[in-house]
Design a protein around this ligand. Structure first.
Ligand SMILES: [Zn+2]
Length: 348
């Protein structure tokens, strides 16, 4: 996990992390960190010591690996910066299956250990909108914006409706004339999350976007950032960035040539897990290049419809046939095109 930390430190030292700063009311120099789990592997036959087991002892016993990933993201940034992921796999010395709730605690502890100074706003799916997770985030001195869902937070929705009837819910509307979009906010501070004894006090933001076609999109988040007319829009933009972990990270790793789900072998003990870590690491290096290396950007954006897969193919192709002195030379050749050479045989 050290290389992830070292690479992020290099990005920070060179000032490239500045472009990811999230500003919201009193919050400055904070960074948005969406965290979520995803599936890597599932099989009815192939297994290793790290595999979690489904339907153990039954006819349909199956084996799987998941992973918990988190990236620094920003609404205006195309790139994401993954931190060291946490494998959701069988833990040493235990027979129990690992789960997302346990893995996220290990993931957050590792982040605090690797980057004790960095100020974060953790973005999570509704699955994690519970008291222990919120208490842990607060303990580390960070903030959070977490999705709240009707199914999981009935009492919260009820309290919001009650407050609404009493006229204690604030409203704010922003009309974006340029994009022909309306943003409607409804919010209340200091609402009790649920009926449990250790229930956290949270701020609730209900949000509806009405797009130019007249379609409504609804979101609801809980957060510890104070909700005011001045902050609701930033909180909404931050909250919607959670999508970057699904879309710009897991989907890229699965569908754009990184083969996260079909790695290069499974092995007997930790091979599959290590391949997943290496895949994330390769992705981080590429994202840093895309963020900060003009030569890489030129090479990636060379064709009219740039795709990563095409760039990887081009790199492999040149690597197999030519002597290349440096990455710089390689990206330059792709961006500017290189002269095709006549194929010659070595018959000696
Ligand atoms: Zn396995």
């Amino acid at each position: 996990k050290t290389p992830f930390k070292k690479l992020l430190n290099i990005v920070q030292r060179n000032g490239a992390l500045k472009g990811f700063e999230f500003k919201c009311g009193k919050l400055k120099d904070h960074y948005l960190l969406p965290v979520d789990g995803t599936g890597l592997f599932y099989s009815g036959t192939c297994r290793c010591n790290d595999c979690c087991i489904m339907n153990e002892g039954k006819k349909n016993e199956a084996y799987y690996h998941n992973i918990m990933g988190g990236c620094i993201v920003h609404p205006n940034q195309k790139t994401v910066l993954p931190l060291a992921p946490e494998a959701i796999c069988k833990q040493d010395g235990t027979k129990k299956n690992d789960c997302e709730k346990a893995a996220i605690r290990r993931f957050l502890a590792q982040v605090k250990h690797d980057h004790p100074q960095i100020k974060l706003v953790i973005l999570l799916d509704g699955l994690y909108a519970d008291n222990p997770t919120i208490a842990l985030i607060k303990k580390y001195g960070w903030h959070y914006i977490i999705v709240a869902k009707d199914g999981n937070h009935e009492s919260l929705i009820e309290v919001m409706n009650e407050l609404y009837d009493q006229g204690e819910v604030e409203h704010h509307t922003i009309v974006d004339k340029e994009k022909n979009t309306t943003h409607r906010f409804r919010y209340a501070n200091n609402v009790t999350l649920n009926l449990q004894d250790d229930a956290e006090q949270v701020n609730v933001l209900d949000y509806i976007e009405i797009d130019k076609a007249g379609n409504s999109h609804v979101w609801c988040w809980v957060t510890d950032i104070e909700l005011t007319k001045k902050t609701v829009e930033s909180v909404m933009r931050g909250g919607r960035c959670r999508w970057h972990i699904e879309n710009q990270t897991f989907n890229t790793l699965k569908n754009q040539g990184y083969q996260l789900e079909h790695s290069y072998g499974h092995g007997e003990s930790h091979l599959a897990t290590n391949f997943a870590y290496l895949t994330f690491l390769a992705f981080l290096v590429d994202q840093i290049q895309e963020l900060a290396c003009p030569r890489f950007q030129k090479a990636l954006n060379k064709p009219a419809k740039p795709t990563r897969k095409r760039l990887w193919k081009k790199i492999t192709c040149l690597f197999l046939t030519l002597m290349i002195d440096s990455w710089d030379a390689l990206f330059k050749a792709i961006a500017h095109g290189s002269k095709a050479q006549k194929l010659e045989f070595n018959t000696s």
